[in-house]
Design a protein around this ligand. Structure first.
Ligand code: SAH
Length: 347
């Protein structure tokens, strides 16, 4: 089959995904990128959705082998924002016209049922803003309470769809459990985001194809594909970073497969390549997640080092992003940017 004919297909076999992810010829890769951009245009339009992220705590009770927040990283200076600081930061995000707030942290049970509910309630008091939680694997009852308190979305990356690799990276945790959490979150009406890490040790292109297929099977609302970046004081500190081109190909192939799903151009991609943000947006991505964590905390949210924009004032960063988007014929959305899928939400 001609490449163009393959790219025009509506659905793809795993072998076809592997073939596309393995493309080496520059002209062929450009054809893939062009098609992914067309599919993004068709399903998502020109708007780029911003999700203002607040990294509320870097305490973590898990030991993910690749992550700088892991429990055994005793070099990391730990912090927790207070509920008042979080609500105030949320206000500064909505003041910028950004109507999705992502509350992210390590798995930190200090932020319990009540505290998170209180924060959600306070943020939603006066403004119609979507709240995404990204707090790791928590109790099913908590997910439910937070949904009732007003949370709209949950972001929980599956990290890898290969169960053996999942166990190698996460020790106690199991892929099957992670997937149960995603299923449960969906069943109680959250808009759900998941995704993988690209370039973790031992991962193959075959695994990445499975990651994309898993996102398709779970009928996600958002899917994130970001490169792995080695983090100091973790067992993987001296491993290679994920490949930028492979990350871009993954975003492009994911767009062809997933179609009406939000896909971010990640900060990790922008960290590995100074034009990474723009490149991601040009090959299928339609979301950016600017960091609004106040400066003294932000530099300790060290999932990986030298994060792009670490020292940037979020308001200046947003203006720069606006310029970047203008230069590629795109514009910022000033709406909540909910799921692109029609949902029947269970009552
Ligand atoms: N604790 C929460 C969210 C915080 S971690 C959770 O488990 O969902 C957010 C994301 O950072 C993870 O899902 C992972 O994909 C990513 N991440 C962790 N370590 C990384 C690294 N070294 N390089 C790039 N991304 C990393």
């Amino acid at each position: 089959m001609e490449l163009q004919e393959l790219l025009n297909k509506e659905s793809f076999t795993k072998e076809e995904l592997i073939y596309l992810l393995n493309l080496k010829n520059e002209d062929q890769i450009n054809l893939l990128f062009k098609k992914a951009d067309e599919v993004r245009q068709k399903y998502c339009g020109n708007e780029v959705h911003l999700r203002g992220i607040i990294e509320i705590s870097n305490y973590c009770e898990q030991n993910c082998i690749y992550c700088g927040l892991r429990l055994d990283n005793h070099y990391l200076k730990r912090y927790r924002m207070t509920p008042e600081e979080i609500v105030k930061t949320a206000k500064s995000i909505t003041n910028e016209g950004i109507f999705t707030i992502v509350l992210q942290s390590g798995e930190d049970s200090f932020f319990d049922t009540e505290i998170i509910s209180y924060i959600i309630y306070q943020i939603k008091q006066n403004v119609d803003v979507a709240i995404t939680l990204s707090l790791g694997e928590r109790n099913f009852d908590d997910y439910k309470t937070w949904k009732i308190a007003g949370a709209d979305r949950y972001l929980l990356k599956h990290e890898t769809a290969n169960p053996r690799l999942y166990e190698a990276y996460h020790f106690k945790q199991k892929l099957a459990e992670r997937l149960e959490h995603l299923e449960y979150l969906k069943s109680i009406g959250y808009q759900v985001g998941s995704g993988n890490l690209i370039g973790l040790p031992m991962q193959t292109v075959d695994d990445i194809a499975d990651d994309i297929l898993l996102c398709s099977k779970f009928d996600l609302d958002m899917a994130a594909f970001g490169p792995f970046i080695p983090s100091p004081h973790t067992p993987y500190h001296n491993k290679q970073s994920g490949d930028v081109l492979l990350t871009l190909k993954t975003i492009a192939v994911a767009r062809l497969v997933l179609k009406n799903v939000h896909i971010p151009s990640t900060t990790a991609l922008a960290t590995l390549d100074k034009n990474g943000r723009k490149k991601g947006l040009m090959v299928g991505a339609n979301v950016v997640m600017p960091d609004f964590t106040p400066i003294p905390y932000r530099e300790n949210y060290l999932i990986y080092p030298e994060k792009a924009g670490l020292k940037d004032d979020p308001i200046v960063a947003k203006a720069n992003l606006e310029n970047l988007l203008n230069s590629i014929g795109r514009n910022i959305s000033y709406k909540r940017g909910d799921s692109l899928k029609q949902k029947v939400i269970p009552s």
